[in-house]
Design a protein around this ligand. Structure first.
Ligand SMILES: Nc1ncnc2c1ncn2[C@@H]1O[C@H](COP(=O)(O)OP(=O)(O)OP(=O)(O)O)[C@@H](O)[C@H]1O
Ligand SMILES: [Mg+2]
Length: 242
């Protein structure tokens, strides 16, 4: 395999402080992440303390397969390479009790979300109109991604948003009744969980001691918050300051 260039080598070996790698398309950024995972493991950090996140399942699979060429099966055990969303789902499934969900959380995709909204409208959701279904779905996503709760949405809604805020509230209650979460919840709920339960956050900070994010420029506000919470007071320094 081709050797890393000097900049890549420096990035791989910089492990005692946060690092942002900015480089052009196809210049070897993802390679830095995979090599860094291998380097960390070879430095003695158990793979179960390392998480690499990216945006698509395809990218996650690709990264996993690249890492498996650098390390053997034993070294790789417990390594987490996934999308933001599957990291979120994993956190929710493990912490369901704190969030007052039952164990087998169901994931609603966009189609399930639309179906649930349609049902709520057909059952008389206040001031709502089936023609505006897409708008409600989009608005709910926007609120969730801006950390706006249904109560806050109702308190601050403009005249145009009033119906959406009402159905957002009903939708949230219904999801909970189904023991379900939607895609936006996969990031939002872990962030809220970590903000409200410092002990749970600390547990995850201890678990994920090294977090690597590919395609960082694509993180939205909620994903950034999740990264920031996990990173803050990171134990990484303690692990490596020998
Ligand atoms: N130092 C190197 N020498 C030779 N080939 C390399 C080197 N670093 C990376 N490559 C190869 O270049 C290609 C692109 O690398 P990589 O996917 O890591 O780039 P990237 O910056 O993440 O790209 P993108 O912008 O598409 O995400 C891969 O085939 C990789 O194996
Ligand atoms: Mg890449």
């Amino acid at each position: 395999m081709a050797k890393l260039n000097p900049q890549q080598q420096a990035a791989v070996k910089a492990i005692d402080h946060p690092l942002l790698v900015l480089a052009g398309a196809g210049s070897g950024k993802t390679r830095v992440i995979t090599e860094k995972i291998a380097y960390l493991v070879k430095q003695g950090l158990p793979a179960r303390h390392i998480a690499a996140v990216t945006f698509t399942n395809k990218a996650a699979r690709e990264m996993k397969s690249r890492v498996s060429k650098l390390l053997d099966d034993t070294q790789i055990r417990g390594l987490r390479v996934s999308t933001f969303h599957s990291l979120g789902l994993d956190i929710l499934r493990k912490e369901h009790k704190v969030l007052a969900y039952k164990a087998a959380i169901t994931l609603f995709d966009e189609q399930d979300k639309q179906t649930l909204l349609k049902n709520l409208i057909n059952h008389g959701a206040k001031d709502c109109d089936l023609d505006n279904l897409d708008n409600y779905a989009r608005q709910i996503g926007q609120w969730k991604n801006a950390f706006v709760t249904p109560e806050q949405a109702q308190a601050t809604a403009t005249r145009e948003q009033y119906a959406a805020a009402g159905i957002y509230n009903e939708y949230t209650r219904s999801l909970k009744a189904y023991n379900a979460v939607d895609f936006d919840d996969l990031i939002l709920l872990p962030v809220l969980l970590f903000q409200q339960h410092p002990a749970v956050l600390e547990k995850w900070q201890n678990k994920i001691r090294y977090l690597l994010v590919d395609e960082y420029q694509d993180t939205n506000i909620t994903q950034y918050q999740l990264v920031k919470l996990l990173y803050e007071k990171s134990k990484t320094y303690r692990v490596f300051s020998v």
